[in-house]
Design a protein around this ligand. Structure first.
Ligand code: AMP
Length: 292
């Protein structure tokens, strides 16, 4: 399957492409991720792209097209791909058409992920990514679970530099001016499908599959969602039980120290009571002696 996910920043293209990637075994090709990687590595390409990215503008077409050409030439893209964040203007869409014609791999569909502007804004402003495991969360709608990262550690979150209020506004303007015309572009070519991309991840995933006619009936998707929920609950119970067994079998140094301290306190309490009892007994004896 060769697919373009089209939509404004924050419409969930990245999240849904990752789900689909796992599902269909085809790579997600995100120009945003490729550019961020180049910036992080400090390559010449990354240096050339950084200023435009920080300002919420589009990076030069020649840079992005070169990257896409290289990425689609890789072996894993032969059986299909999900383009996320590309194309972003008509020139890029034309260039993509030419490239895919050369490769003999035409697009199967372009899916527009529809989300209202106010929801987009909230999603982008609340978005946080974990440095360690790269999972994406939202501080308002999907906060990270405590101790949910590798090895039971807390997620190490950061906010993308272009997710600040001013840059978000700029990116949404750029989308409206340069990327939205692609809706008509692909509709004219009979490739466009549309999906309501607001709501729970599972629900949006189900709508996407239906839009693509991937044979996923609401029943099938619902039973998959149930299986997923059961798997999650079982995992939680197993984790809890394992922690309980671990704590019984081999106490941690802190638990050992706590137990030792409790014993010492108990012993001291008993000794104190013994001394008091003895003193009371002696005093009683002395009093009864005096009374006689
Ligand atoms: P994204 O992660 O898709 O939101 O992209 C982050 C930033 O990377 C964008 O705001 C642009 O500056 C740049 N970028 C990503 N994809 C493209 C593209 N196809 N054309 C031009 N710039 C892009």
């Amino acid at each position: 399957m060769r697919l373009v996910l089209l939509g404004a920043p924050g419409s969930g293209k990245g999240t849904q492409s990752q789900l689909m990637m796992r599902h269909y075994g085809i790579p997600q090709v995100s120009t945003g991720d490729l550019l961020r990687e180049a910036v992080a590595k400090g390559t010449a390409l990354g240096k050339a792209a950084k200023a435009a990215m920080d300002a919420g503008k589009l990076v030069d077409d020649s840079i992005v097209l070169g990257m896409i050409r290289q990425r689609l030439a890789r072996r894993d893209a032969r059986k299909g791909f999900i383009l996320d964040g590309f194309p972003r203007n008509v020139a890029q869409a034309d260039a993509l058409g030419t490239l895919l014609e050369e490769l003999g791999q035409p697009l199967d569909a372009v899916v527009l992920m529809k989300v209202r502007d106010k929801v987009l804004f909230q999603r982008l402003a609340g978005r946080r990514t974990c440095r360690r495991c790269a999972q994406v969360f939202n501080v308002f709608t999907n906060p990270p679970p405590k101790g949910g990262c590798k090895g039971g550690q807390a997620h190490d979150l950061y906010q993308r530099p272009d997710d600040n209020e001013q840059t978000i506004g700029r990116r949404l303007e750029v989308y409206a001016a340069q990327t939205r015309p692609l809706v008509a572009y692909y509709r004219k070519r009979g490739l466009l499908r549309q999906v309501d991309a607001e709501g729970e991840l599972d629900v949006v995933e189900m709508r996407l599959e239906q839009a693509l006619g991937r044979g996923s009936s609401p029943g099938k998707a619902a039973s998959r969602a149930v299986k997923k929920a059961v798997k999650k609950a079982v995992k939680k119970v197993v984790k809890k039980a394992a922690a309980a067994v671990r704590s019984r079998v081999k106490p941690t140094p802190l638990q050992r120290a706590r137990r030792k301290a409790t014993k010492v306190v108990r012993k001291a309490g008993k000794a104190r009571k013994k001394v008091v009892r003895k003193a009371v007994k002696t005093a009683r004896k002395a009093v009864s002696k005096l009374a006689r």
